[in-house]
Design a protein around this ligand. Sequence first.
Ligand code: C2E
Ligand code: MG
Ligand code: MG
Ligand code: MG
Length: 282
Amino acid sequence: KKAKDTRERLLFYAAGMNKRLAQAVRRETRLRTALENRQFVLHYQPKIDLRDGRITGLEALIRWNEPGGGLVGPSEFVPLVEDLGLIHDVGAWVMSQAVTDFQCWRAQGLNPPRIAVNVSALQLEREDFVDAMAARLGQDEAARACLDLEITESVLMRDIQAYVPKIAALREMGLQVYIDDFGTGYSSLAYIARLPLTALKIDKAFVASIDNSSEDTTIVSTIIQLAHSLGLKVVAEGVETVGQAKLLRLLRCDEAQGYLISRPVPMMEIEALLAHPPKGVI
Ligand code: C2E
Ligand code: MG
Ligand code: MG
Ligand code: MG
């Protein structure tokens, strides 16, 4: 009896595993098709200057327009794209699409701000990342004029020595470099000081509680002061309330991004966004 129970349980587990495996394989096939058939789209979220509300930049955020599946957010497929080794191709697509969109807005007579694209650790780790960027930007005046990079803090902390020359070379080419999700990676500011960065983006987890946790207010305030003393700008991400925006302004945070100002919007809505920047935020 016991042996039979065990066997049935094993068969049950095996069936579950097969199902998960089958699902993963299907998703892999669909993602490869997505890349070939250009099923990805970029949405853009503005950053504003907290002093005057002016739009200072647009962050490109990838979505997967899965046929029959609606819009899938990056947290649901970027990790898989990385596992499959497709992130280099997807990353290259993101950069060229962002430049194409920028040129399109220009051709429409809009005066678009710079675009920031998110770069995965795996892209930056590649030996030839900087050379590939140089090759791409060298031929492309438009790209040089508009592209910035956002790199997650936890990535940089893995091997900071290796990244100092890479980031220096990217800055040399005229790119702005942002540290994303700052505050989540336990890095010391002594390390941050060694990187030739443009700005820190304070992670939305801290921003979410600045107006109700005095500890988080202190942390944010300290990050802002230290960043400024290192000559870095500070951007707050995930700003959702007027209270948060006002407090951030009081703490001398330079820029803000979040649903209060605007959700990430599709290409189609950028013209309206640039023509009528969000008001009444600060
Ligand atoms: P991130 O770069 O830190 O982007 C901020 C995320 O917070 C975005 O989620 C954005 O939609 C969301 N967000 C913005 N304002 C608010 C707010 O007020 N409240 C809340 N709760 N959330 C807000 P999204 O678009 O789902 O992107 C998630 C992450 O996926 C990004 O985090 C970034 O790390 C990654 N990602 C997005 N696009 C790309 C890409 O093209 N390449 C790579 N490698 N990663 C990407
Ligand atoms: Mg980002
Ligand atoms: Mg971020
Ligand atoms: Mg974040």
